[in-house]
Design a protein around this ligand. Structure first.
Ligand SMILES: Nc1ncnc2c1ncn2[C@@H]1O[C@H](COP(=O)(O)OP(=O)(O)OP(=O)(O)O)[C@@H](O)[C@H]1O
Ligand SMILES: [Mg+2]
Length: 621
């Protein structure tokens, strides 16, 4: 574009920006909202080696953000330097960034925050007789003087963005800012369970945690409530070690707001790793739900780049894919170890019919009875408390056990053990598998007894789970049988169904369907999978296509979506009456499945009522 001559004639002087303006521009990046101020200041307190940190927020940060720590403090002669741009005590060369052990390294936070607020800091190192008070207004120092103060640093940020009206206006509703603040405070507290945190938001004490907590105590302490149950996560695969505490699939919520991820103790946001968190639950997770909890990843610092964004919550990982898969695996293993994904099914093939179960008699056993471990689960490390809370007793699968088995946890070794009960199963209908079928309710629920526990099985979800795994396995092996129709049927698809059909055509045809294009949006069905043969071919195809479409939208793999759709369409429904033999057979198949605890949509397949629960309900102690 050519400029008018008058403009062109004007000389343009290149000059450095005034210091305060530079800081204000930087503040635009570092200090997006009150929650970012909180994060920067608390990270400074952590870097200062504090043992306790107190956070006080008023009017969701618009009025006051105050942090008090008992860390190393700042010397009087250094305090002004701390507010100079790019002044830091944390790194001295670029290489240090790659071996970063501190949260801060840019030397930008204090000058940026000071430039957009009224800031007062009081700091005293442990070897100083008194502290120093320093006050800034809009980045301009107001005064500095000695003052009596406890060891550590206290910093008050008032009237945030008072001199950047545009930014102040863009602050969201107080409740939105409060939510961001609460999330950041929670993340900071989880990231460092060794440090004590007190957090008061708008006059309400949100949490107060002592120093020296374990990770599990901290996570449960800040994220838990009476109804939430958690599972301990610990593992190391390839480039990553993971520690954490995650909720059971029953304690999930509709948003990801309860999920916290850390890399080398730094709270981060990463869509890839969030995905791995959820993926670890697989089908245990009801659609649209998210687990709650925290995962702390340890990765070689040279493989993490935190210098991507000034807020440092985004990271670049050099082996992201590998780390994703490892996190997913470790979460899955944790859920399995804690008995949520059952591994007792391995008991069945391990036991040769007719042979007694594997026995390991331990000397000094406290129960007095004979104990044996269940192959496949007995030797795995488990969290005894959680396990016993969750599924103290699980019906044993298959095999020739002639007694009712109760699974218990050996308090001494943490292993799962079974204790033999006295009475052999007397049920004429029950197979010798450790559970006794005692009846059905409302043509919907099957009732089983094992030891002192009553299990209520939902016949539809149980059947769905069984069929899903069988169908998926057959789809994978291309051996799902089809049944030819006496007369081919033509169906007209909607444009959306047509798209789904084209995408899944090959798979449909290797999964028992024989279906092909028939001009326009018509398709011709010649065969349907045997499992669906009882229903109308037209309805079956349309339903399967619709199911696949909606499952695909939620990111399901095509084969799994197909298996899920078929399982759902062919499972017995609530109201279908199963005879005793069918009921027992269904439960046996369920117990042998990979994941007996939920249907492919994540709904539970059974619930347990213990004798103790019932006794309590009836006031029996
Ligand atoms: N609470 C505190 N206790 C002790 N020293 C502090 C505290 N807060 C800040 N400092 C000192 O002030 C310096 C400047 O802090 P600032 O947050 O601006 O930069 P940084 O933490 O080094 O890097 P970044 O901008 O990435 O946060 C720090 O390097 C640290 O030496
Ligand atoms: Mg800092």
């Amino acid at each position: 574009m050519t400029r008018p001559p008058s403009d062109r004639a004007n000389k343009r002087w290149i000059k450095p920006l005034p210091k305060q303006l530079i800081n204000k521009i930087a503040a635009g990046e570092v200090v997006e909202r009150p929650a970012s101020v909180l994060k920067e200041l608390v990270e400074n307190s952590i870097d200062a080696g504090s043992e306790r940190i107190e956070i006080i927020i008023e009017k969701s940060g618009a009025k006051l953000i105050k942090i008090v720590d008992d860390g190393c403090g700042i010397d009087e002669e250094q305090i002004e330097v701390a507010f100079a741009r790019h002044a830091t005590s944390k790194i001295s060369s670029f290489d240090d960034i790659h071996n970063l052990l501190s949260y801060g390294f840019r030397g930008e936070a204090l000058p940026s925050i000071a430039s957009v607020s009224r800031l007062r800091m009081v700091s005293r190192p442990h070897d100083a007789q008194s502290g120093t008070e320093i006050i800034f207004e809009g980045g301009v120092i107001q005064h500095r003087k000695p003052i009596a103060a406890p060891v550590g640093t206290s910093i008050e940020v008032e009237n945030l963005f008072y001199n950047t009206p545009a930014r102040r206006k863009f602050l969201k509703a107080e409740s939105t800012e409060a939510r961001h603040i609460a999330r950041v405070a929670t993340a900071l507290a989880i990231g460092r369970p060794d440090i004590g945190f007190t957090f008061t938001l708008n006059g309400r004490k949100v949490f107060s945690r002592p120093p020296g907590e374990s990770l599990a105590e901290r996570v449960a302490g800040v994220l838990g409530d009476r109804n939430k149950k958690f599972v301990v996560v610990a593992g190391h695969i390839g480039p990553v070690a993971v520690a954490g505490l995650v909720s059971t699939p029953q304690s999930v919520q509709q948003s990801r707001s309860g999920q916290f991820l850390f890399i080398n103790n730094r709270y981060i946001s990463s869509p890839t790793l969030s995905h791995a968190f959820n993926a670890g639950y697989g089908e245990l997770l009801p659609r649209g739900q998210h687990p709650v909890g925290a995962l702390l990843l340890s990765v070689d610092p040279t493989e993490v780049d935190v210098n991507v964004h000034p807020a440092k919550t985004e990271v670049r990982l050099s082996r992201e894919r590998e780390i994703h898969d490892a996190v997913c695996r470790i979460v899955k293993d944790a859920l399995r170890h804690d008995g949520i994904i059952p591994s007792i099914r391995t008991a069945a093939p391990d036991r040769v019919p007719g042979e007694p179960p594997v026995r390991e008699t331990r000397s000094g056993s406290s129960s007095g009875g004979e104990r044996h471990t269940i192959p496949g689960i007995g030797r795995q490390p488990v969290n005894t408390h959680l396990l016993s809370e969750l599924y103290r007793s699980v019906p044993a699968a298959g095999g020739p056990a002639k007694t009712d088995d109760i699974i218990e946890v050996d308090k001494r070794t943490g292993e799962i053990i079974t204790v033999e009960t006295a009475a052999p199963s007397a049920s004429p209908t029950g197979p010798p598998t450790g559970f006794r079928f005692i009846g059905r309710f409302a043509d919907m629920y099957l009732l089983l007894q094992t030891g002192d526990d009553l299990y209520v099985v939902d016949q539809h979800t149980a059947h769905e789970r069984v069929l899903y795994e069988e169908i998926l396995e057959k789809i994978e092996r291309h051996v799902l049988e089809g049944q030819r129709l006496l007369f081919p049927v033509q169906v007209e698809l909607t444009p959306e169904q047509m798209v789904v059909f084209e995408e899944s055509n090959a798979l449909l045809n290797s999964s028992g369907f024989q279906v092909g294009p028939f001009g326009g949006r018509m398709v011709n069905i010649e065969a349907v999978p045997v499992v669906l043969a009882k229903k109308s071919a037209e309805k079956v195809l349309l339903k399967v296509l619709d199911d696949i479409a909606s499952l695909r939208k939620t990111g399901h793999d095509l084969k799994k979506a197909m298996a899920q759709a078929m399982a759902c369409r062919s499972a017995v429904m609530a109201g279908d009456r199963l005879d005793d033999r069918e009921a027992v057979h269904l439960v046996e198949r369920l117990l042998r499945s990979d994941n007996a605890y939920s249907c492919p949509h994540g709904r539970p397949t059974f619930i347990k009522l213990s004798r103790a629960d019932l006794d309590r309900q009836f006031g029996r102690g």
